[in-house]
Design a protein around this ligand. Structure first.
Ligand code: BEZ
Length: 220
């Protein structure tokens, strides 16, 4: 793959985890939408490089297939690329006609790159004209909770996107953390105690399995 010189725009500060997601108003396939319109729901906002490209088409179909599961988890879904709304409309109609999958989520037509720039979705080392495969997971208070980036040539894994949301929602609901490769139903990690007394208490806590004072798990 060709590697290009990367010129960073020092005025652009990429979004950061745990901070408010950058607000926007955008033209979409469902009309004008603002980030604010999603307050109270979680939101998965993802970018794709371009309409009418094969990997992106497989991703749109895959996102459409998890759309109802996301909704059951209180999560809305929205796509984005630097294409016109007419291109988006033609592409989603083509996906329905040729592949039999209806795309029900809105897609931002970010022709002026306003949203892509705020979220740092264009990676000049990959492409100066397309957004990379970015996934932003935003909670109901509009705080940015996770960001996942994939290169142009790699289609995304829907199981991982679902798993990250399930892990975040479990952490929020129970004040716990989740170990590597965690799946819903697996034991969770109890954050380590911060004092000697708490460490003493932790290893005696009922319902908690400790390998050592800092490494304790429990079943929810
Ligand atoms: C694709 O979606 O097929 C694609 C888009 C940009 C670069 C490479 C592949």
């Amino acid at each position: 793959m060709e590697h290009r010189e990367i010129v960073d725009d020092a005025t652009i500060r990429n979004p950061r985890l745990g901070e408010p997601a950058p607000p926007f108003e955008a033209v979409t396939t469902h009309g004008k939408l603002r980030l604010e319109d999603f307050r109270g729901s979680w939101l998965v906002m993802f970018s794709h490089p371009a309409d009418f490209t094969p990997v992106c088409t497989t991703e749109f179909i895959a996102f459409a297939r998890i759309h109802s599961q996301l909704r059951e988890m209180g999560v809305e879904l929205m796509g984005l690329s630097i294409d016109s709304v007419y291109s988006h409309i033609a592409w989603v109609r083509n996906i329905e006609e040729k592949m039999g999958i209806k795309i029900e989520f809105p897609v931002i037509a970010d022709l002026d790159r306003a949203v892509a720039t705020k979220y740092g979705m264009v990676m000049p080392g990959e492409s100066r004209t397309e957004t990379s495969r970015c996934v932003f997971i935003i909670d109901g208070k509009q705080v940015l909770r996770a960001m996942i980036y994939y290169p142009l040539t790699t289609g995304r894994n829907m199981d991982e996107i679902l798993r990250v949301i399930q892990a975040l929602q479990t952490a929020d609901a129970h004040g716990v953390a989740t170990p590597a490769n965690w799946r819903p139903g697996d034991d969770v990690i109890i954050p380590p105690p911060g004092t000697q007394d708490a460490a003493e208490a932790r290893v005696k806590e009922p319902g908690v399995e400790c390998t050592d004072w800092y490494f304790c798990k429990k079943r929810l």
